[in-house]
Design a protein around this ligand. Sequence first.
Ligand SMILES: [Mg+2]
Length: 354
Amino acid sequence: MRTESEIIGRISRGLADRGASKYKANAVRLGIGDDAAVLRGSFLSRGGRNADDLVLSCDAFLENIHFLANVHSADAIGYKALARTTSDLAAMGALPRFFMLSLALPTSRTGPWLEGLITGMARAAREFGMVLIGGDTSQNPTVVMNITVGGDLADGHGLTRSGAYPGDGIYVSGTLGAAQLGLELILRGLYRDARWKRLLEPHLRPKIQLKLGQWLSGEGRQRAIASAATDTSDGLSTDLTHICQSSGINARIYAAQIPVVKVPKQLQRLGLDSLDLALHGGEDYQLVFTVPTAQASRMRRVYRGVPITRIGEIVPAKKSGRQKGRGGSSIELVDAAGKSAPLTPRGWDHFKRS
Ligand SMILES: [Mg+2]
């Protein structure tokens, strides 16, 4: 059985790496392996100068895998479906412009349920400044959605996962683990309890970080503040590992500095641990990014109301054995007592053996 990254690797070798076509060489600035793909605007506009690059990403959103139709409202499903896909544009520092929706659903959901889905998705589209330009519909026993999003990036600008360098600081936006806490309440059947209602919001309607991503990328006018970035869709331990692998470096993070979700005492007794949720919980859709020392003075503690926290630093990759033994970890976690241990990525993987 293959893991998710093995499956992506196989697809990439079979389909993305075959033959260096003229199109690929000239048009594709960034292909498979990052939060989104980037096509060169200068190529698309046949040599036009100062043409914006086109950024593209897509995401599947499936009933019983990503949401439960008897728990999640159609409105929340519609909002989140577009938000989670657009979060990949935030991770690139791109300006969202359009989306395409491929939707399969049972006949029984084509009435009020579909109305709710459209209402939620339209709210997200308004918030992000996006317009639907096409798609496809089909009938299916469960709801299956695939959303493609597109945005602009100033020529040659944008954030990738591959630019981190030893000495760079590692930062995260917002609070980590909040979305997973909401999901845990649902999985444990506690979501109807009025006391915890507020805790469900980050899971139901994640706030994505478009403005922060654009600011970190230099907004096409100046040098980027961040050297690498990704969004926290699968969980910090997994997402930061993606930056480490793409950049060929390691990371050291400090448990005491991570902005962890606050777990009420009654829920702690159920085994819900703040640090565990923050390290491995998915779907926060915050940004994790690295900043070179030379740009550190431009960093802020808060950007447009969103707290930003330094949680560690990039260190050189170990020469040997980095991928062997110790679960292939490239992250070192220093606990509150100063003791350090390798952090194994335990975030979301669709094909993980449990
Ligand atoms: Mg992403």
